[in-house]
Design a protein. Structure first.
Length: 221
């Protein structure tokens, strides 16, 4: 009803034969969330970054080689002889001698950071799965109530109203009982639409926690 015009009437369907969608199994929703939920995608990116930092820390154990070249132009003469240009090569190597005091500490720190990110991913996965289970339970509860009203309670209430109306027309039922039966029917229909609305609210919550609208399977209820 977001942005619904205030001057426009809201008319509910005359019958309650509206189907609620069926959902994927909970395990399927878990798999969907693992690849679609932005929160989990971001955490995996942090793990990849931590892996890269571990790889860089491993390189600190290897010698560091440097190779350079230089070329110089010399002008002027020496004893009447032209001075030749000069070319030089430079080679240097640094050895990681004190690995226990520097490289080992750096590696331990990077490995610790990597494990922390992995544990955080596992905690996030568990939290997302709990959110999925809760949203599914809300949807199942609301949809079952909607089906109960649609297929059981409301049809019986309508039969009661029809029976009361027929009796009233032949003076076998008083007007007050007829009105009461009609009010009861309206109340049941209101409860149906409340359950129907709650079911769709749960669906919206489920799409949000999974991270994708691809949560449905098969026909509706």
């Amino acid at each position: 009803l977001l942005n619904w015009p205030t001057i426009r009437s809201l008319i509910l369907a005359k019958n309650s034969n509206i189907r609620l969608p069926s959902l994927l199994k909970e395990s399927g929703l878990h798999k969907q969330a693992e690849t679609a939920r932005p929160l989990l995608i971001a955490q995996r990116s942090r793990i990849n970054a931590a892996h890269s930092r571990v790889g860089l820390a491993e390189k600190d154990y290897y010698p560091d080689f440097n190779l350079g070249a230089a070329y110089g132009f010399r002008s002027g003469e020496n004893n009447g002889i032209e001075r030749p240009d000069v070319a030089s090569l430079q080679f240097s190597m640094s050895l990681p001698i004190y690995t226990s005091s520097k490289q080992d500490k750096g590696m331990d720190q990077r490995n610790s950071e990597l494990m922390q990110q992995k544990y955080k991913l596992q905690d996030t996965l568990e939290r997302v799965r709990e959110e999925i289970s809760r949203a599914m339970a809300d949807y199942n509860r609301a949809s079952e109530q909607a089906v109960l009203y649609k297929d059981g309670i409301i049809p019986q209430a309508r039969q009661t109203v029809d029976s009361m109306l027929a009796g009233y027309q032949v003076n076998k039922v008083d007007f007050l009982n007829l009105v009461r039966s009609q009010i009861t029917l309206y109340n049941y229909e209101t409860q149906y639409w409340l359950s129907f609305s709650s079911a769709h609210q749960a669906l919206a919550a489920l799409e949000a926690v999974v991270g994708t609208p691809n949560i449905y399977a098969g026909d509706g209820l």
